[in-house]
Design a protein around this ligand. Structure first.
Ligand code: 13P
Length: 251
């Protein structure tokens, strides 16, 4: 049985003060949630405030990006070891916004994933097709390439430590959620890609989160799909009550 993960990606939102206020409201609302792992990914500058606010809770902190080198002349970049020292347990890699606006490629995703794993972080590697790709029937092909050229380059041992997030680009921030059936179809397909590349056992243990307009009113339907091992939530994770009701989907 795969343990579910509900993760919030704050993107470029929240100052340190706003982060402290969020945790003060959110932590009591999820203190009895034992059915899933909880993760919050604040912007870099609020990571420390989040780590301190999450102390004595079951909420783990994630970064939203990293650089693959250990250190060097890379202005504006942050290494895996820096994230570990700041208290991160997870890191999101290859989000579609990074692919779209910051030139992230499957190759950089592969390098970042290896660097994250080497430092002991748990990578959440994002894949997903655009609307044009879905409408031209290329969803499986695009997801397979992103999978094979990213996570597919890992060793079996490395692969056993990652999570994947399926985030169809057309569903992100649009209010247009994939139906539970559409999401489950791609999750099942990605699991087949994993079984083909690695083997059946790591593929069946792989946790695949769905992301794209997850809200309190659609989380239950999404989580009713056995293929969906959790959610990566953007906008609805910024509000403590709304994100808590997503985390508490089962109650
Ligand atoms: P929204 O939930 O705002 O659609 O964002 C999804 C996302 O990109 C999470 O990483």
């Amino acid at each position: 049985m795969r343990r579910r993960v509900i993760a919030g990606n704050w993107k470029m939102f929240k100052t340190q003060a706003e982060t402290r206020a969020f945790f003060a409201a959110f932590a009591p609302l999820v203190s009895r949630a034992k059915h899933c792992d909880m993760v919050i990914a604040p912007p870099f500058t609020a990571i420390r405030a989040a780590v301190e606010a999450a102390r004595n809770t079951d909420i783990a902190i994630s970064a939203q990006n990293l650089h693959w080198e250990k250190e060097g002349a890379f202005t504006g970049e942050i290494s895996a070891a820096m994230l570990v020292e700041a208290g991160c347990r997870y890191v999101i890699i290859g989000h579609s916004e990074r692919r779209q606006f910051f030139g992230e490629t499957d190759e950089s995703v592969a390098k970042k994933t290896k660097a994250a794993l080497a430092a002991g972080l748990l990578p959440i590697v994002c894949v997903g097709e655009t609307l044009a790709q879905r409408e031209s029937g290329q969803t499986h092909k695009v997801c397979k390439t992103q999978f094979l050229d990213g996570p597919g380059t890992l060793t079996p041992e490395e692969f056993s430590r990652i999570l994947i997030a399926y985030e169809p680009v057309w569903a992100i921030g649009t209010g247009r959620t994939a139906t539970p059936e559409i999401a489950a179809d791609v999750h099942k397909f990605l699991r087949e890609c994993a079984a083909e590349k690695f083997s059946a056992s790591p593929a069946s243990a792989l946790r695949i989160l769905y992301g794209g307009s997850v809200k309190p009113d659609n989380i239950k339907g999404l989580m009713a799909q056995e293929e969906l091992d959790g959610a990566l939530v953007g906008g609805a994770s910024l509000d403590a009550k709304s994100f808590a009701s997503i985390v508490n989907f089962a109650s």
